[in-house]
Design a protein. Structure first.
Length: 105
């Protein structure tokens, strides 16, 4: 848990995985709360991830392919780390990137 208490700049450029085991109902949820807080501080909470996807989609809709890719590629990498490559959110962004590349706009 001490790792989660570091500042975002200390861990922002690093890749890591976190496993939170709070399967027993008697546990307080402190680890999950700390994890959500740390992800939010890094800009990786769900609201921020959704906003990044929406911004990338808007760029794509306006034909601003380079700007869309500049937003969506790092988002895809973050989603792959957070959720895995098979998660629907990761697939959605990957498919949008593929459509952008195929459109050649």
């Amino acid at each position: 848990m001490d790792y989660l208490k570091r500042t975002p700049t200390e861990i922002k450029e690093r890749r890591f995985a976190i496993i939170v085991d709070e399967a027993r109902s008697s546990q307080s949820g402190d680890a999950a709360t700390a994890l959500r807080d740390a992800l939010r501080d890094l800009g990786l909470d769900q609201t921020v991830l959704d906003l990044r996807r929406d911004i990338g989609s808007l760029f794509a809709a306006e034909g601003q392919v380079e700007d869309a890719e500049a937003v969506l590629q790092p988002l895809h990498e973050d989603l792959a780390v957070l959720y895995g490559l098979q998660h629907h959110r990761t697939w959605e962004v990957r498919d949008l990137l593929a459509r952008l590349r195929l459109s050649g706009s």
